[in-house]
Design a protein around this ligand. Structure first.
Ligand SMILES: Nc1ncnc2c1ncn2[C@@H]1O[C@H](COP(=O)(O)OP(=O)(O)O)[C@@H](O)[C@H]1O
Ligand SMILES: [Mg+2]
Length: 221
């Protein structure tokens, strides 16, 4: 992976994007590289004395080395655990690209690589009239698709790969995350055959595993 950054999308919400992104940060940190995570727009935050905090962003911040300020990891933190459009409306926020781009540039300046987690699936908007593809294009990021391995993911994976190409973005590879135990190997073979890009690893079903432990399944040397 030569690019400075990569955008992580998924077959759906709960596909394993955060799990895979945090593991990828650790995998990319091998050899002493400085790698940080980012969740540009997050909906679903807890109130803390330091401000709103989102679990995905905290996981990515914790995986990062160096550890960036929270506001850079997650410049837009919206309270309600719903679609970002609705969460923004609830607090009268207007989400636009420039603050997201500025935070990314600051992260890129402190790290060798930046792993950027999107919201939901590829076509989930970041805001009214703001698709994720606009952010991906503005940052010129290649995309990694996290396939949440469960029945139906073949359809979602193929649709997503097509949509990424149709939006003029570049799919770099995919990561499988075994969100449910007992996923049939024969079905996994179909996913391998269906996607036109390399598989960067398959995360086994491991409910209690740490991001560092999961990294062993990614980017096999
Ligand atoms: N490989 C895995 N093994 C066990 N649980 C997983 C795995 N991948 C994801 N999960 C679980 O599935 C849920 C959704 O994962 P998450 O990474 O939060 O998805 P997303 O970021 O796409 O919404 C979480 O509870 C997470 O712990
Ligand atoms: Mg997530």
């Amino acid at each position: 992976m030569s690019s400075r950054g990569v955008f992580i999308t998924g077959t759906d919400t709960d596909a394993g994007k955060t799990v895979a992104s945090a593991a990828l940060v650790h995998a990319l940190r091998r050899g002493g590289r400085r790698v940080v995570g980012m969740k540009p727009v997050a909906s679903g935050c807890e109130s803390t004395p330091d401000g709103w905090r989102n679990a995905d962003a905290l996981a990515l911040q914790a995986a990062s080395d160096p550890v960036p300020a929270y506001a850079l990891v997650n410049p837009v933190a919206l309270r309600d655990p719903t679609a970002p459009q609705l969460a923004a409306r609830a607090v009268g926020a207007h989400v636009t690209l420039p603050p997201l781009l500025a935070a990314y540039r600051d992260l890129a300046a402190m790290a060798d690589q930046v792993v950027v987690e999107g919201v939901g699936g590829w076509l989930a908007p970041l805001a009214d009239e703001l698709d994720q593809s606009a952010l991906v294009k503005a940052l010129d990021l290649p995309v990694i698709l996290v396939v949440g391995l469960k029945l139906g993911c073949l359809n979602h994976a193929r649709l997503t790969a097509r949509a990424i190409a149709a939006d003029g973005c570049r799919l770099l590879g995919w990561i499988g995350s075994t969100v449910e135990p007992g996923f049939p190997p024969a079905y996994l073979d179909l996913v391998h055959a269906a996607l036109p890009v390399p598989c960067l690893g398959v995360l086994p079903h491991a409910p209690g595993a740490s991001a560092a432990e999961r990294a062993a399944s990614l980017l096999a040397r």
